[in-house]
Design a protein around this ligand. Structure first.
Ligand code: F1P
Length: 339
């Protein structure tokens, strides 16, 4: 989009953005559902790359505990529709508690959250036709990377990292094209899910929220009970569930957490669990009878959450099509939850 230029201007977020960004001491993210998951990824980014103190909560819980919040916090709401009642109520609660600055990442310009926020970043993903957020999610992540640059500059984001983020953003279209070529492989893979009642998703670091999002998509459109765990939590309970009837989807990009993830993969495979591992092509091996490896393009850590989301979305889509559920209009769900 038009905000991705070499010199990201503060004004991309609103005319008084520079003034706001200069004052803030921390970031608080509030969102629901898929939008909450993009916020979870952003928390890793803000803290890891820029040392911006960042907290996040599901907006639907925020107002029930009289949160302690400092006025120089930037409240960032994230919402595809801009009409999610809980997110709106959380923003209003934050203002009541004295917060002075708010920013929304949103896909609908004429929405309530846009009206109620000081600063705005439009995702411009185009209309989300289906109920379940998909392209809204990946564009939220892009918007959050741009916010990381704008806010992070005032904290400890290095010049080098800033340039890296910009150049990796430019690499996204080409990498996404590559991932979309996996569509047929994933369609075949989806057959392994159609008769299953449960599935588990594992990830670490920024890819734990991606595992959460993969599991939410499977629930929303394929009606398969799915849970996501940080891979390290496997041995603290969920391992008891593993058998051949529980496919385990693992997101394993090329980063320094991969070695730890490998031992989790062995834990599952040794118990007869069926593993599907989305893995960087430069590291992928052949797998074994219990482990199916799907080779992903090798990408920089900073953008891999965006890239690894796509095969998980495709997987839910193909499982839903196989099961004959309505991909665009899942039962019981509304496009924007306004009550
Ligand atoms: C939040 C959300 C979506 C989900 C569904 C119900 O919406 O939980 O993530 O896919 O549509 O609402 P929003 O605040 O991002 O519009």
């Amino acid at each position: 989009g038009r905000f991705v230029n070499k010199k990201l201007q503060d004004t991309a977020f609103g005319h008084n953005a520079a003034e706001v960004f200069d004052q803030i001491k921390s970031v608080l993210i509030l969102a629901c559902g898929t939008s909450y998951h993009s916020g979870l990824v952003a928390r890793y980014w803000f803290e890891k790359y820029a040392r911006v103190p960042c907290s996040i909560e599901v907006a639907s819980e925020f107002r029930y505990r009289n949160p302690v919040i400092s006025p120089d916090t930037l409240v960032v709401t994230i919402s595809q529709s801009g009409e999610t009642a809980d997110t709106l109520a959380a923003l209003q609660e934050a203002k009541k508690l004295g917060v002075k600055h708010s920013l929304v990442i949103c896909n609908v310009p004429e929405s309530s959250l846009v009206r109620e926020s000081d600063l705005v970043m439009m995702t411009r993903a185009g209309p989300e036709i289906g109920v379940a957020s998909t392209k809204a999610f990946t564009t939220q992540l892009v918007a959050l990377l741009m916010l990381l640059i704008a806010v992070g500059r005032r904290f400890e984001l290095s010049r080098e990292m800033e340039e890296k983020i910009v150049s990796e953003l430019f690499s996204l279209p080409g990498n996404i094209e590559k991932v979309l070529k996996l569509d047929e492989t994933i369609e075949v893979l989806s057959q392994r899910f159609a008769d299953k009642q449960n599935a588990l998703f594992l990830g670490r670091g920024t890819h734990y929220p991606i595992a959460m999002e993969g599991s939410l998509k499977l629930k929303e459109i394929s009606y398969i009970h799915a849970e996501a765990y940080p891979a390290g939590e496997l041995k603290h309970g969920p391992l008891a569930l593993i058998d051949a009837e529980m496919p385990v989807v693992t997101v394993a990009p090329n980063n320094n957490l991969l070695e730890k993830l490998r031992s989790n993969i062995q834990e599952v495979s040794a118990r007869g669990g069926q593993l599907i591992v989305f893995m960087d092509e430069t590291l992928a091996d052949a797998g074994d009878e219990n482990v199916q490896i799907i080779k992903m393009p090798s990408v920089a850590n900073i953008i891999s959450p965006i890239i690894y989301t796509i095969p998980l979305q495709l997987l839910s889509y193909h499982v839903a099509v196989l099961k004959g559920t309505d991909v665009d209009q899942p039962r019981n769900l509304a496009k924007s939850v306004t009550v």
